[in-house]
Design a protein around this ligand. Structure first.
Ligand code: ADE
Length: 234
């Protein structure tokens, strides 16, 4: 998978790949990370990339010209590039999107700064637009990284153990059951005894019950989805 981060602040992103699990995937050529700085495409004599909002409003908005030219050059080099804009004004990014996007050959993430990006750029170039949650970040770089990370771990070979992909939260509507490591007793707190007895069918049903408990507490709407799916399967 090739990724291109279209950003004014590549340093914000670059550091992440130096220490994450994804570094191994980059070394194995499973991931190829690239950057495109819209400022380098600015035709303004001071390389300006933003301006005040037409019609008023707080803050600076990124101008269309540098982004148009940057994205045009990207598309000229690879007509299959899938261009994603990140903004709080979008559909929420979910695990199914992560799985679906893992089959692309080249994804470009466009990160806005300031108050946002001129809407005409999004209209012209976006294949998809995502928000990573109902809160406002200072810029899109973190959101782009979040999506890139979630997509990458669904690419064959990126994670060592592909088992960890199938049993985790959001692969089903239920949240994952709690995990424990050694020792069995720590500071007077024990691992649930069923986990220790080795009866795998009992462990599975206990994990299912604990999953349902966690889901009821943290994400009751997901439990409803699980129950509807179960009754549909019957
Ligand atoms: N940029 C700022 N906030 C964001 C969010 N919640 N999701 C995606 N991009 C953003």
């Amino acid at each position: 998978m090739k990724y291109t981060f279209v950003t004014l602040f590549s340093n914000l992103i670059d550091g992440y790949f130096k220490d994450s699990i994804l570094k191994r995937a980059i070394d194995k050529d499973l991931l190829d990370i690239n950057y495109l700085d819209p400022r380098e495409y600015s035709k303004n004599k001071h390389s300006k990339v933003d301006d005040t909002a037409v019609g008023g409003g707080a803050g600076m908005v990124m101008n269309p010209q540098p982004l148009y030219d940057a994205l045009e050059s990207l598309k000229k080099k690879d007509e299959n590039v899938h261009i994603i804009f990140v903004t709080p004004v979008a559909k929420p990014f979910v695990q199914n999107d992560a799985k679906r996007l893992a089959t692309k050959s080249h994804i470009a993430f466009v990160s806005g700064r300031y108050e946002g990006i001129d809407e005409r750029v999004i209209e012209k170039y976006a294949d998809e637009v995502f928000s990573i949650g109902d809160y406002i970040l200072t810029g899109g770089e973190l959101a782009s990284l979040v999506i890139c990370d979630a997509v990458s771990r669904n690419i064959d070979g990126v994670l060592g153990n592909s088992d960890s992909l199938t049993v985790e939260s959001f692969e089903t509507p239920l949240l994952e059951a709690p995990s424990f490591s050694k020792p069995k007793d720590y500071e007077g707190l024990s691992v649930p005894s069923e986990y220790l007895k080795g009866n795998h069918s009992k462990i599975r049903s206990l994990k299912l019950a604990l999953s349902e408990c966690k889901t009821r507490f943290f994400r009751p709407e997901q439990l409803l989805k699980h129950r509807t799916r179960k009754s549909y399967e019957k």
